[in-house]
Design a protein around this ligand. Structure first.
Ligand code: BG6
Length: 225
């Protein structure tokens, strides 16, 4: 079966929330409750433009800056941690659902023998991968904890994807990136990755292309043939 990627690609790097699991929706819900609890209206557009795909505190900083606010680092952490408690409660209540089409794609990649990395800004990735029964597919994981301990810059900078490629012993030009966030496709493009797949979960196909996606799909299994 063909994975729908150029021949030069020897490793695959998947974002997690919104690409493999529907947890982006849960993150958005928790962010909305957190910001609106502070009196700041927060739309889906705000999530997609300022928060989606970025490490936790970068998301807080970026959204509040869009409102002309520059809180202290302590305050940014307090807000981000409050949101983290909330998203974990929401995950407990609603559970983790992998996208069936994404699981089909991971399975096809496994059968093709192409190594798989997960590159996510989330520090909750292990919990999500485990609950979604996806851990067996993962050959390398770069998550929000690795980003902090290895001092990497978060998406839209390419550092976390470059680290993912390094862990799979390949170079960016031989690796493909699969992303639903504008910050994520931008990171793939900026890092010189060989193929950047945008996954459109929010009516933003055009924006995914402008930010660096080579192709845009609604579901990963559209690439299979
Ligand atoms: O707060 P966490 O779980 O470390 O996640 C950070 C970010 O991780 C990204 O994967 C999500 O797209 C964002 O919504 C989220 O804010």
């Amino acid at each position: 079966m063909s994975l729908g990627i150029p021949e030069k690609i020897t490793a695959l790097l998947f974002d997690l929330d919104g690409v493999l699991t529907s947890t982006a929706v849960l993150h958005r819900k928790a962010w909305k409750q957190t910001f609106e609890g502070m009196g700041q209206p927060f739309s889906e557009q705000d999530y997609l433009a300022y928060v989606d795909g970025k490490p936790r505190y970068d998301g807080v900083r970026s959204f509040l800056a869009s409102r002309g606010l520059t809180p202290s680092e302590d305050e940014i952490r307090r807000i981000g941690d409050q949101k983290n408690d909330l998203v974990n409660l929401i995950i407990d209540e609603e559970g983790i659902t992998p996208y069936p089409a994404s699981v089909r794609y991971l399975q096809a990649a496994r059968e093709a023998g192409v190594p798989i990395g997960v590159v996510t800004s989330s520090a909750n990735a292990l919990r999500v991968l485990r609950a979604g029964n996806l851990l067996d597919y993962v050959d390398a994981l770069v998550d929000g904890n690795v980003i902090v301990t290895s001092n990497l810059r978060g998406k839209p900078e390419p550092d976390s994807f470059i680290e993912g490629a390094r862990r799979l012993k390949t170079s960016p030009e031989n690796a493909a990136v699969y992303e639903d966030a504008l910050a994520g496709v931008a990171a793939g493009h900026k890092g010189g990755f060989g193929f950047v797949v945008g996954v459109d979960r929010g009516n933003q196909a055009a924006a995914l292309k402008t930010n660096g996606a080579d192709v845009v799909v609604n579901e990963l299994d559209e690439l299979l043939s």
